[in-house]
Design a protein around this ligand. Structure first.
Ligand code: ZN
Length: 278
């Protein structure tokens, strides 16, 4: 028999689950990945999001390998990633690591950019020859005057990703906090070893695109790491942990492919470069 005390407990339990899973109050969050706030409507949700519908250089794109132009002038990625303090934050539409004053830098085209944050998309946003991957990591870097470059790493499911071991506890904490996490201060993670993310880069695709979420800012240099024979891996469990703190409708946070509109994708391939030089 369910006593009044017990039934009050069940009501509280159901209500709590409801709050955690579905009923976060989204101050200031205006976009989603489905329904009336989904990607097709982003451009009309705010004047600040206009580029999402009107921009001609948007991301993500399908990269067609045979159409990528091999560019002998491109250089290997010069990433000065070591170890640095980070915080983790539930942005409602993704989980991100933030780097406040970091020495983690990347040089693209001779210009130095500082790492500001990194976050994950499920499934991947970019596709290679139409093939979609399990996940995509975006590492977002800025110059002092706000030029942006994003390094995009595609993952398939497989063995666990050592980088993600470092934030396992904090992800569980964000999940436990539910809605509170969306409005709370970022959780400190402590020193995060970034060297793991330096690997891979013998082949990359480069094009001029945009942020793939509102405000869809353009003129972003996108570098997609996609070594087809050497794709990075994470376990399914890790992917689920990364998405668990998010509400159900944000656990698939991948923007549909955008038209190229005449843009060219360039290819850097270390092995080709060596062959051509010799
Ligand atoms: Zn992103």
């Amino acid at each position: 028999m369910v006593t009044p005390k017990k039934s009050a407990f069940y009501v509280a339990l159901v209500y709590t689950c409801f709050l955690v899973n579905h009923a976060c109050d989204h101050d200031g969050v205006r976009f989603g990945y489905s329904g009336s706030t989904g990607p097709n409507f982003w451009g009309s949700l705010s004047p600040n999001f206009l580029l999402c519908s009107k921009g001609m250089n948007q991301s993500p794109i399908d990269i067609v390998k045979d159409k990528a132009i091999y560019n002998l002038q491109l250089e290997p990625l010069e990433r000065d990633y070591t170890a640095t303090n980070a915080t983790i934050v539930d942005n409602v539409f993704n989980i991100a690591l933030r780097y406040n004053d970091t020495a983690e830098t990347i040089k693209v085209g001779g210009i130095k950019y500082k790492m500001k944050q990194l976050h994950w998309h499920l499934p991947s946003e970019h596709t290679i020859n139409g093939q979609r991957f399990a996940m995509e990591l975006h590492m977002v870097h800025f110059t002092e005057d706000d030029n942006i470059t994003v390094v995009e790493i595609l993952y398939r499911y497989g063995k666990p990703d050592p980088f993600l071991f470092q934030i396992k506890e904090q992800l569980a904490e964000l999940h436990a906090e539910g809605c509170k996490a969306e409005k709370g201060d970022p959780l400190p993670v402590g020193v995060v070893d970034m060297t793991e993310l330096k690997q891979g880069g013998d082949r990359y695709y480069k094009y001029v695109g945009s942020l793939s979420a509102p405000p869809c800012t353009e003129n972003v240099i996108c570098t997609v790491l996609a070594e087809i024979t050497h794709v990075r891996e994470m376990s399914k469990e890790q992917a689920a942990d990364l998405m668990a703190p998010l509400e159900g409708s944000y656990r698939h946070n991948s923007r549909p492919l955008q038209p190229l509109n005449g843009r060219k994708v360039q290819l850097y391939d270390k092995s080709l470069k060596i062959r051509k030089v010799m």
